[in-house]
Design a protein around this ligand. Structure first.
Ligand SMILES: Nc1nc2c(ncn2[C@@H]2O[C@H](COP(=O)(O)OP(=O)(O)OP(=O)(O)O)[C@@H](O)[C@H]2O)c(=O)[nH]1
Ligand SMILES: [Zn+2]
Length: 341
């Protein structure tokens, strides 16, 4: 497979969906299925994700599948990161410009979870946009909006009625040609309903919320990357939907060590390492026996592990950058201009 003869064609394409090792990509000449070279899979960038711009090599030899030979640098990446001996990063979507954080105004929304979502999206390089659905079911949607704005200062917060397609205009700027949007939100929040409203037609069928558990259910499957009438692309896949769980994971440091985080507010220096710094409120708590020194050690270990994880990730992306195929940038820019998908 690695040596199938001279390449017939090399062209840029974008990954639309992935299933069982087959990458469905959109290119100027249409949509095709491709495999990925092992060299690409095992590189620092790893296997392509939905939204990745890739270079595909195709052959006119019958029976030889087109293959992805390169993944271009990512403008942004939504990923799951796990702490451990080796950095494990699973990119679930690449080159996303904005992430809609969809939450229903009917239930209780959790400001701390919202905070973590927003932080996670900002870290990915995309812009977070909070979409509060079911404004029609809420007695005071403006109060809900204000609470969300307070939890996520500087973030666009929009309250909508997705079912009736009301107040979707503020979202339009993120849905124009050239931009890619992903949606995150818990089950039943109204993601499919919002997508249908944005498309102006039913591309995804939803089932009514079950009275008992407040969950919406899909009755049909759907594409993973949808072109919207405004020209923008919307990525929707199970991996992205799960980001919520990962956001919860990433908040675990904060949650498990609430007591230390709270004490640290009283430290003289904002970046206090809780060691020998003067005016350290955490050390003071250890001295007066209100805090177990073992807890501080665990906290410091975990913080150190997260710091190293970040360092390794930065290093990995720098190395990947050095290997980029500069010449293809031009053809990708050209393809983006001419694209029909
Ligand atoms: N009244 C009202 N109902 C809404 C609104 N948005 C969604 N719903 C309803 O809420 C239920 C769940 O909506 P879905 O769009 O299926 O939710 P989802 O986020 O896609 O859920 P999953 O597919 O489980 O992830 C459906 O019955 C929708 O009709 C809204 O703005 N107003
Ligand atoms: Zn301190």
């Amino acid at each position: 497979m690695e040596s199938a003869g001279a390449p017939e064609h090399l062209f840029p394409a974008r990954v639309v969906s992935i299933s069982r090792g087959v990458f469905h990509v959109a290119a100027a000449q249409g949509e095709i299925d491709a495999r990925v070279l092992k060299r690409v899979r095992t590189s620092a960038t790893g296997a392509p994700a939905v939204g990745d711009w890739v270079v595909v090599e195709s052959f006119s030899v019958p029976g030889v599948d087109p293959r992805i030979v390169h993944v271009l640098d990512r403008r942004s990446r939504l990923s799951r990161k796990a702490a451990g001996a080796r950095t494990q990063e699973q990119v679930v979507a690449a080159n996303v410009d904005a992430v809609f954080l969809v939450m229903g105004l009917d239930g209780d929304f959790n400001p701390r979870r919202l905070e973590r979502f927003v932080a996670m999206v900002r870290e990915s390089g995309a812009e977070p946009v909070v979409v509060l659905t079911k404004a029609d079911l809420c007695t005071d949607p403006e109060a809900g909006r204000a609470r969300a704005e307070q939890a996520a200062p500087g973030t666009t917060v929009v309250a909508v009625n997705a079912l009736a397609g009301e107040n979707l205009e503020p979202l339009a700027e993120h849905l124009a040609t050239g931009s890619t949007v992903a949606m995150v939100g818990s089950s039943g929040a109204g993601k499919s309903t919002l997508l249908n409203a944005l498309c102006g037609e039913v591309v995804m069928h939803t089932a009514p919320v079950r009275e008992s558990d407040d969950r919406g259910r899909h009755t049909t499957t759907h594409r993973r990357l949808v072109q919207l009438p405004g020209g923008g692309l919307l990525i929707d896949n199970p991996g992205i939907r799960e980001l919520q769980l990962w956001a919860d994971d990433e908040g675990s440091l904060e949650e498990t060590f609430d007591d230390i985080e709270e004490l640290a507010v009283g430290c003289r220096f904002r970046d206090c390492g809780h060691g020998r710094e003067p005016g350290c409120a955490v050390q003071a708590a250890i001295r007066d026996s209100s805090l177990d020194p073992a807890r501080l050690r665990n906290y410091n270990d975990l913080r150190e592990e997260q710091r190293r994880l970040e360092q390794r990730r930065d290093e990995a992306s720098r190395r990947a950058g050095e290997r980029k195929l500069g010449a293809f940038y031009k053809s990708v820019q050209q393809a983006k201009k001419n694209r029909r998908w």
